[in-house]
Design a protein around this ligand. Structure first.
Ligand code: ADP
Ligand code: ADP
Length: 226
């Protein structure tokens, strides 16, 4: 199956910045895909449109066959989003944050508690379950965002610069976790500007620059060229 199909996607922001100038991209189910590119290239805009946080100007996007306009709720159910900025309530506890997220998606409370324990344990946050989000370190907050995004068991996990500002040891453990989630069948798309991160994790890679996809290839083929 196709996890993500983007066709002729354009985005012009109010004010006239052409952030995306016609992007075509297909990501297959099970892939671990990196969207790499310099600051301002259009990575966050692309992710914002896929997750319906940003309106596109034209073109189409579908997620597991669900068009994001015609079938928004079905598309959103397939997606777990890990945005760049911390956007949880800093006064809620770690466990409340993930359990409430499951609630938004209609997951029964008992099941939500089971999932919370599973993901928080895997992300080394279970001991912190009663801590308020604001008491967590930056690396812990990043991991909390990942746990939260997984609570409705999405088929596609999208991460925007997941390890930005995280030290190398924690980055490595996050990489291990993401590989494990991908091996369990979750398709993963992440943006990064660390080539090393893409190299460690990803099977396929798209390079975006000035609103255009300038390269889309396997990681292997890209490394052979460098
Ligand atoms: P990246 O994630 O690759 O750094 P972005 O998608 O954030 O790139 O930005 C692409 C372009 O769109 C940049 O020129 C940026 O300044 C512009 N841009 C991003 N968000 C907005 C916005 N809300 N309003 C206007 N311009 C924006
Ligand atoms: P709703 O989920 O009802 O549309 P929001 O868009 O305000 O409401 O989302 C509530 C919180 O969940 C926000 O912090 C947002 O970043 C996060 N969120 C939204 N969509 C997803 C998703 N598909 N996966 C994970 N988190 C999401």
């Amino acid at each position: 199956a196709t996890a993500l199909a983007i066709r002729s996607l354009r985005k012009t922001y109010d004010g006239g910045v052409e952030a995306l100038k016609g992007i075509d991209l297909t990501v297959e189910q099970g892939d671990f895909f990196a969207l790499l590119g310099p600051n301002g290239a259009g990575k966050s805009t692309t992710i914002g449109i896929i997750s319906a946080l940003v309106n596109k100007t034209s073109g189409s996007v579908s997620v597991f066959g669900h068009d994001i306009n015609a079938e928004l709720n079905a598309a959103k159910r397939c997606i777990g989003l890990v945005p760049q900025e911390f956007n949880f309530n800093q006064f809620e506890t770690v466990q409340q944050i993930v359990v409430n997220q499951a609630g938004y998606y209609g997951v029964p409370k008992a099941e939500a508690l089971v999932r919370a324990k599973t993901y928080l344990t895997q992300l080394d946050l279970w001991q912190k379950r009663d801590a308020r989000a604001r008491e967590l370190s930056g690396g812990m907050k990043r991991r909390l965002m990942i746990a939260r995004a997984l609570m409705h068991q999405p088929k596609l996990l999208i991460l925007d610069e997941p390890t930005a500002g995280v030290d190398i040891e924690i980055r490595r453990s996050m990489w291990g976790f993401l590989k494990q989630i991908n091996a369990q069948g979750v398709t993963i798309i992440l943006t990064t500007h660390y080539l090393e991160e893409a190299e460690m994790l990803c099977r396929n890679i798209g390079i975006i620059d000035k609103g255009q996809l300038v390269e889309c290839t396997s990681m292997k083929a890209l490394l052979a060229k460098l």
